[in-house]
Design a protein around this ligand. Structure first.
Ligand SMILES: [Cu+2]
Length: 245
């Protein structure tokens, strides 16, 4: 594994970060009621028969978790985005596999969501894949240093920019949102989920553990656009393909 950072001796080990494990099934989450925040790993263990994701959204002060579900049912992207901060999570986790993402979790009330659609088009969140977790301040006052990474993906309005080489096997990819809207990174190969980061707010970043096979991969973002009348980013050009050598 070639580390492209120049400060790897300064970096935290990804595997040493505290871990929150969430289990997905068709169609529910099993998660702890509360966990310690800070820079943590979030793992999604997909025990279902469909691809799943977990999206951790922090409910901003003055709003309640119930309002999140109402906004989703009404497909009101503007209302939803005004009530939450998107902290990411493992995305495109194939049935029977696990995905892990490191992300910064600030203290607060979070809602766990899965926006993957079933073959009939129904979003999993509307089938019961919604749960709540309370994040407490980290016990350590010294913040964990960000882990070293092998490549990075910049999320922009409405495109992906890859820096460095994404290769076969296990690697850590920094995903940063440099756009003005929330964005996500989904990878798939041959129709099977291959990992990624769930939605992150503009200006935030996550570290995604990928374990890729040598094959062509599709890269896409299904976030609905607040500025373009709810049109999906994929339909605004936010898709590309990469060939993993
Ligand atoms: Cu996007």
């Amino acid at each position: 594994m070639a580390l492209t950072t120049t400060a790897c001796d300064q970096a935290a080990s990804f595997d040493d970060l505290p871990e929150i494990v969430i289990t997905a099934s068709d169609y529910s989450f099993a998660a702890p009621r509360s966990a310690e925040g800070g820079l943590v790993r979030v793992t999604l263990d997909n025990q279902g028969a469909e691809t799943h994701q977990v999206e951790l959204v922090r409910v901003v002060d003055g709003h309640e978790p119930d309002e999140i579900e109402t906004a989703i049912r009404r497909r009101d992207v503007v209302a939803l985005n005004s009530m939450v901060i998107y902290h990411g999570g493992p995305n495109e986790v194939a049935p029977g596999s696990r995905g892990t993402v490191a992300t910064q979790l600030d203290p607060g009330t979070y809602v766990l969501l899965c926006f993957v659609a079933s073959p009939d088009g129904t979003l999993h969140v509307l089938r019961g894949m919604i749960a709540q977790i309370d994040i407490a301040p980290p016990e350590s006052e010294v913040p964990a240093r960000p882990p070293a990474f092998d490549a990075s993906v910049s999320l922009q309005d409405y495109r992906f920019e890859v820096t460095g080489d994404i290769g076969e096997g296990r690697q850590l990819v920094l995903v940063k949102n440099e756009g003005s809207e929330p964005h996500e990174l989904r990878l798939s190969s041959g129709g099977r989920g291959a990992g990624g980061s769930s939605t992150i707010s503009p200006g935030s970043e996550t570290w995604v553990e990928l374990n890729l096979e040598s094959a062509p991969h599709s890269v896409f973002c299904y976030v609905p656009s607040e500025k373009q009348n709810g049109r999906l980013h994929i339909d605004l050009g936010m898709h590309t393909s990469i060939t993993v050598p």
